[in-house]
Design a protein around this ligand. Structure first.
Ligand code: BES
Ligand code: MN
Ligand code: ZN
Length: 497
């Protein structure tokens, strides 16, 4: 989507569709609503007086103009006191949904009347809402687009009479962040036979070339040379070779400790010898969502030109059963030197992350954050509205919770107390890879904590939030959601001071 801030009067702006927010109790007597009411011969006040539009969040009413905007949609946004960035994101996204319904390909959103949300924040959220809502995964549909096919909204204008500089900068930032999030979604949506570890590595090279990141790819020979036995143990059962992708953004001073983002890039998780049941197994193409989010976030961080050093690390593998696959009971090594008894080959994410985290820890980063579709049990703990965050530093955990709130991709803390770590004790190795059903997300986090040394580290379990059904207007019902790309970018930004 082409996004831009336009410093102009909404009543004369040439657009097929202008979206205007209406909060509860608005009577059309001031601001843009009053100006539009005058140019539409009193139509806005007539709508509001009718009681059919009270400013509640589900409401929309379309009016037709004769000059300037061809159509005006009044969109209810609820209580003024409850307005925040997420409400603005949803408002802009609903404008795109109305455009799709009316079959017009561009839309302008007015940010006046969204009191309490700062101009830059509002413009960023609006740009995000527009571009996220317009995203669609079409590359594998070969049918020609005919007249009855869905309309793709390609133009998004942000309008506002506030601080033009803040609005313009916010729009650009939101556009870059949404491009990153939509890249995450596209990688997520690709099926396992397309998005293999090799494919993700090629995509990393392409992204690096287009936005200016350094890229390094490890093949299996290099992994063997380094001693990444845990990552290799997962890849053993598969004909596709594993890859370790490293993307570097050198926006800070040379030698300044970097922030490291690590993402699980498991391109298809059949469970290995501990095979998963068939129902819903197709969703396990999404098991690379964390890796995709790190790639999307790194693209956005580069585009935003953030003045900080950031490294993205994506261990990528398939997890399949075969005659060469790792078996339950096998004991494997790891880059960190610890031996692991593999009780369940379906607990593979923590194995590939163990080596990626150990590699990151060697760089002595300022902080390291990983994200992974790691456990089904996080869905039992928190449902689909928040990721779980856990780590060895409460300040870092707090930063991530705050970044989640600010970005609208929320996370909530689970503890990593020593009592849980006992569940990972093994008779034959240093530790085992599963800790039983109680506290399954926590024991997975405890496992990861064993591989970060003394690095300040936190882990996001995104199994409930990265993909699936969503009623949010900037998501398309079900599938790839892009979470937690926005959260990661917001956290890195918050560290630039
Ligand atoms: N990729 C899965 C976790 C998952 C489940 C992601 C549902 C998205 C939706 C992970 O590799 C896995 O299989 N975890 C097991 C761990 C168990 C064997 C300890 C799980 O959650 O059942
Ligand atoms: Mn698994
Ligand atoms: Zn998995």
């Amino acid at each position: 989507m082409q996004l831009r801030f336009v410093d102009t009067d909404a009543t004369t702006h040439e657009t097929p569709l202008l979206a205007v927010p209406v909060s509860k109790g608005a009577d059309g007597s001031k601001g843009v609503l009053a100006a539009l009411d005058a140019s539409l011969g009193g139509a806005v006040v007539r709508v509001l007086d009718s009681g059919e539009m009270r400013g509640a969040e589900a409401e929309d009413v379309v009016l037709y103009g004769s000059s300037g905007p061809r159509r005006i949609v009044l969109l209810g946004v609820g209580d003024v006191a409850k307005l925040d960035a997420e409400k603005v994101r949803s408002f802009a996204a609903r404008a795109v949904r109305v455009a799709e319904r009316l079959r017009v390909t561009s839309v302008a959103v007015v940010l006046d009347g969204l009191d309490g949300v700062e101009d830059g924040t509002a413009a960023q959220a609006a740009a995000e809402g527009l571009a996220l809502a317009a995203w669609r995964f079409t590359e594998l549909k070969k049918k020609d687009d005919d007249d009855d096919g869905p309309v793709t909204v390609t133009g998004g204008d942000v309008l506002g009479t506030g601080n033009a500089d803040a609005l313009a900068r916010g729009t650009l930032a939101g556009a870059a962040i949404a491009r990153g999030s939509n890249l995450t979604r596209t990688l997520q949506a690709r099926p396992g036979n397309v998005a293999t570890p090799t494919h993700l590595a090629e995509e990393a090279r392409r992204i690096a070339g287009s936005v200016g990141l350094e890229v390094t790819i490890f093949d299996e020979d290099r992994m063997r040379k380094e001693g990444m036995d845990a990552l290799l143990s997962v890849s053993r059962g598969s004909a596709e070779e594993a890859r370790l992708i490293i993307l570097e953004h050198n926006g800070g001073s040379e030698g300044d400790p970097a922030l490291i983002l690590v993402g699980k890039g498991l391109t298809f998780d059949a469970g290995g010898i501990s095979l998963k049941p068939p129902a819903g197994m197709e969703d396990m193409k999404f098991d690379m969502s964390g890796g995709a989010a790190v790639m999307g976030a790194m693209q956005a961080i580069a585009e935003l030109g953030l003045a900080i050093n950031v490294v993205g690390i994506v261990p990528s593998s398939e997890n399949l059963p075969s005659g060469t696959a790792t078996k339950p009971g096998d004991v494997i090594g790891s880059l960190a030197g610890k031996t692991i008894e593999v009780i369940n080959t379906d607990a593979e994410g923590r194995l590939i992350l163990a080596d990626a985290l150990a590699w990151g820890a060697r760089m002595k980063p300022a902080a390291m954050v990983d994200c992974a579709t790691l456990t089904g049990s996080v869905i039992i703990a928190l449902g689909h509205h928040a990721a779980a965050v856990m780590g060895n530093d409460d300040e870092l955990v707090r930063e991530l919770i705050d970044a989640g709130t600010a970005s609208g991709e929320r996370c909530w803390q689970l503890p990593l107390w020593d009592e849980y770590k006992k569940q990972l004790e093994s008779d034959t190795a240093d530790l085992k890879n599963v800790g039983g059903r109680p506290g399954g997300s926590i024991t997975a986090g405890c496992f990861l904590s064993e591989f970060v040394g003394d690095t300040t580290w936190a882990h996001l379990d995104i199994a409930g939030t990265a993909f699936g059904e969503s009623k949010l207007p900037y998501n398309r019902g079900k599938g790839a959601l892009g979470h937690p790309t926005r959260l990661l970018v917001e956290w890195v930004r918050s560290r630039t001071g």
